[in-house]
Design a protein around this ligand. Sequence first.
Ligand SMILES: NC(=O)c1ccc[n+]([C@@H]2O[C@H](COP(=O)([O-])OP(=O)(O)OC[C@H]3O[C@@H](n4cnc5c(N)ncnc54)[C@H](OP(=O)(O)O)[C@@H]3O)[C@@H](O)[C@H]2O)c1
Length: 379
Amino acid sequence: MVSQGQKKMSFLRKAKTKAAIQYNALMIVGVRVFLARRLSHQKLKTADLSGKLAIVTGSNVGLGKATAQYLAEMGATVYMVCRNLEKAEAAKQDILKTVPTASIHLIQLDTSTLENCRKFCEDWAANGGKTIDILFHNAGIGCPPSPDNLFGPDGFEHMYMTNFLSNFVLTHGLERFFAPDASVVMTSSPGVYVAEFSQDFAKQSTKNTMEPGYNYAKSAHPKPANSVVYSSSKHMQLVFAKNLMTKWKAEGKKYVAHAYNPGYADSDFFEKEGVKTAKRKDDLIWWLLTTLKSPLPAAEGCKTGVMVAIDKSKKVTDKAGSLWDRMKWRSSPVDLYSDDFLGRMWDRWCLDTGIEWSMRPQESTVASKASVDESVSEK
Ligand SMILES: NC(=O)c1ccc[n+]([C@@H]2O[C@H](COP(=O)([O-])OP(=O)(O)OC[C@H]3O[C@@H](n4cnc5c(N)ncnc54)[C@H](OP(=O)(O)O)[C@@H]3O)[C@@H](O)[C@H]2O)c1
């Protein structure tokens, strides 16, 4: 029985969390994004990463390249995992100019299909299965490669696949190579506060459809704004970090997963056609950001991500599974999601990727698959 006192406490706790989320949404989406260039310099502590191995996806430019450079400077062996090896080689040479002793390797990966991501993991195993200390999911896009084709080869909306499902497949496939205290970091976004999922999320198939659970009320018609779809993929990264922590704690593993917000950072991201040419009436967020043109340097934007990847103090690891922004953890709407909803999202990702991966060790994925299928047929 829940007493009146407990009810009151839980009401107060929820109200406090909601107030904290609203405050963070205002600070992060409003103030930090729009005043990016005026924000003070963040102090990044260094660590000795000699003997450690880091993988950074999408590291030939922007935030990923700056991340790879910091990690290399601290002594890590860095695998720059990029879709274009020529661009990656140029970025490597740039980093070597500043860090001549850097140990950098290049691997080609286009994260836009399930098969590429699976193959990357198989190849990692075939090439000796080196132990991974840091896995940085950074590759991302803010619009589909072409406005006429919203869906990739697997039938998933491009941003959902490239920005998020790839994180799921790679983490699953590489987990067996993790060092005991490995860190998984996802480059998320202020979009975490923009996206909202309805409670109907994952009650229908995700293939060849814009997921009906997204909050498209906030988007333009006839199709949702790119920034809204993008925000949903970034929001899922945070849910994934939270779910991974639930899973790993239950399994007694010491890995940590974090999502971080780089803020509004200078990069090629805003040069892509579907972002750069956004019209105010169709996509207010991309229009505002490309009109403002006041981002942080990428080397400043990535600092929080590097910090959570290397800082193994209790202060940081105790807050794993949350969103980090300017070196601090922040409450987000994900804090208010029910276990049922969080589990349903995980089940949907398993179905979409064809991966059997249980979020809770005692429950079988087959059982959880069945429950999602049931809810699909109930509709
Ligand atoms: N800049 C910001 O203000 C901001 C804010 C919040 C979050 N983010 C996130 O930060 C991450 C890095 O973005 P950025 O701002 O540094 O932009 P960027 O300069 O455009 O870098 C994106 C990186 O992702 C790679 N990429 C894109 N699609 C890929 C695919 N299918 N397979 C493999 N790699 C792919 C790009 O490769 P190519 O060079 O070959 O295109 C590039 O290396 C993204 O996840 C983005 O969503 C950025």
